[in-house]
Design a protein around this ligand. Structure first.
Ligand code: ITT
Length: 194
């Protein structure tokens, strides 16, 4: 089965490919020759995930899914959340985003944060949403070379290393994206049976 993943983020595509069974081949927007930047105008992760999935549905008439993810920091009332990609400026630059997190957290002792992913699937005329959350703590230095985005400063609960240090295998077992993908795969299995 072929599934379109409505994202331009190659890191996400690589993670997803490792999360789904080999019977499902994941095609990114680049793979279907869609190079447009889909404007994420929603006020929530849910709205943005739907916007991305609907864009592909209406433009190409293809079944697809999209994920919108963000880092939600407790002492910043859930910021950057839906604005995680451009928190440090328009460039979508991970280094700038991390610097901005550190600046906003300065002087705060509560470093609790969570990553949240919302997957929107669009099959036929139905949109469905699936959520995944991983809780953890932020640190004030960058550790590790794996992952992407905020991974070098995020230590998931129950671990002593950042997502960037833990690497793909562990991240893909416990991450926000892995949990949301498991829910989505259950739904796919139901669809196949019906
Ligand atoms: P698409 O919209 O094309 O899917 P994007 O990079 O803009 O790609 P999101 O809006 O979902 O993706 O994600 C917002 C930002 O949150 C992203 O750019 C990263 O900085 C961060 N992020 C998302 N998932 C992450 C993860 O698993 N680990 C670390 N940071 C992550």
């Amino acid at each position: 089965m072929k599934l379109i993943f409505a994202t331009h983020n190659q890191h996400k595509v690589e993670e997803l490919k490792k999360l789904v069974p080999t019977s499902i081949s994941i095609l990114s927007l680049t793979d279907i020759n869609c190079h447009e930047d889909i404007e994420e105008t929603g006020a929530t992760l849910e709205e943005n995930a739907e916007i991305k999935a609907n864009f592909i549905k209406y433009k190409y008439g293809l079944n697809c899914f999209a994920d919108d993810s963000g880092l939600e920091i407790e002492s910043l009332n859930g910021a950057p959340g839906v604005y995680s990609a451009r928190y440090g400026g328009e460039g979508k630059n991970s280094e700038d985003n991390i610097q901005k997190v550190w600046k906003e957290l300065k002087g705060k002792s509560n470093t609790k944060a969570q990553f949240r992913t919302v997957i929107a699937s669009s099959f036929g005329n139905k949109i469905k949403l699936f959520e995944g959350i991983v809780k953890g703590n932020l640190i004030f230095d960058k550790r590790g070379k794996g992952g992407f985005g905020y991974d070098p400063i995020f230590i998931p609960e129950g671990f002593a290393k950042t997502f960037a240090e833990l690497g793909d295998v562990v991240k893909n077992r416990i991450s926000h994206r892995a949990i949301a993908t498991q829910h989505f795969l259950k739904e796919l299995n139901q669809l196949k049976k019906s």
